[in-house]
Design a protein. Sequence first.
Length: 138
Amino acid sequence: MTTNAITAMGTVLTFDTETIGEVMSLTGTRSRRIVDILSCDSTNEAVEKIAGALNEGEVTVHIVYDGSDAGVYNILNTKFLAKTNATLLITYPDTSSHSCNAIISSLGLPSFSEADGPIELDVTLALSGQATFTDVAP
């Protein structure tokens, strides 16, 4: 059986129409609040659970540091300080995409682990509202 996997190379990330270049990795998790229900007339004293509100969660992006005036760190820092709530769009190489409003909740300081390695940082965006997923037409 052949795989339907695609490589991450070519994935494009934009926030507030600004392209975030040199993305090294991207992770995120969605969740749903689970509500415990137990009433006085429960015959077996067992808690039941129902699905509650959707939380689109957060996306953490690991990127290469660019400290130039027009560089990605300056762009992200400006949006972080301004509390910008804007569209985060992730477009994958097969043209499928994931879009949601987001706010930068954490902007890491540039760091490195090896003297001859790249200077890197993590940016975490808290997603707000419901995300839109657009699949590639079959």
